[in-house]
Design a protein around this ligand. Structure first.
Ligand SMILES: [Zn+2]
Length: 241
């Protein structure tokens, strides 16, 4: 939980992702990885050498920019307050995704990771700016892309906003879905939806990673739900061919 609290303490308002990028990379010290950053600021990481790779993705930015953020742990629940004790968002959307991917990069021998900047809408600016600007070449040898950027603890989004089909629900082994209490559902707009709109051919989805009330001051995480999401994604990476 200490690592997660440190992620929450970093301000990563869209367009200001340098600090969280630096912190994320610090957590990977000692691992043998190929890391590229494109002109837009998106990060692409390859671990291992293989003919093809499973892929995971999360976004680096958050909607919040509080002047002060004191992290509070109340049993399983994690949230933050400012200096006056008022609730402020923690950016668990999508630092929970970053936390999961940090862990996976340590344990999985072969993995490709895309971390996008500027996923969130910002005033007049539409969201998914990083994923709409990147080259798709990184995904040429990626078999499928699992996003960890969904609220709650039980959903795999397989149809995105605009009726964009992200993948066939049948790609997820039913016994794995049942074991972790997940089901396939339609959902909103995220980076994988933007990538599919641009013509990315591989199956994609977006998986619940334990955050609630995203984009609101009373945003919080249930830590056991986040740990369950990590175990679920870890097992999917082993079981999806
Ligand atoms: Zn998000």
């Amino acid at each position: 939980m200490e690592l997660l609290k440190r992620f929450y303490g970093i301000n990563s308002k869209s367009g200001g992702e340098d600090a969280i990028k630096g912190f994320f990379m610090e957590q990977l010290a000692g691992l043998e990885l190929a890391v590229e950053e494109d002109a837009f600021g998106n990060i692409f990481i390859t671990k291992g050498v293989a003919d093809s790779y499973p892929g995971v993705t999360a976004h680096l930015d958050e909607v919040h920019a509080p002047s002060e953020r004191n992290i509070v742990v109340d049993g399983d629940m994690i949230y933050a307050v400012d200096g006056c004790g008022e609730r402020v968002g923690i950016g668990a959307d999508d630092k929970n995704g970053l936390w999961i991917i940090t862990r996976l990069l340590h344990t999985k021998p072969v993995l490709k990771v895309a971390l996008f900047v500027q996923e969130e809408r910002d005033g007049e600016m539409a969201g998914c700016r990083g994923s709409r600007a990147c080259s798709l070449d990184f995904f040429n040898d990626v078999r499928y892309l699992l996003a960890v950027d969904r609220k709650g603890d039980s959903e795999v989004v397989t149809v995105g906003k605009g009726d964009i089909r992200l993948c066939d629900d049948a790609m997820f082994p039913i016994e794995v879905l049942q074991k972790y209490g997940y089901e396939c559902v339609p959902g909103g707009r995220t980076d994988v939806v933007a990538l599919k709109e641009r013509g990315l051919q591989i199956p994609c989805c977006n998986i619940s990673c334990g955050y609630y009330n995203a984009h609101k001051a009373d945003e919080y995480t249930m830590f056991t739900h986040l740990e369950k999401a990590l175990a679920f994604v870890d097992e999917l990476l082993d079981k999806i061919v």
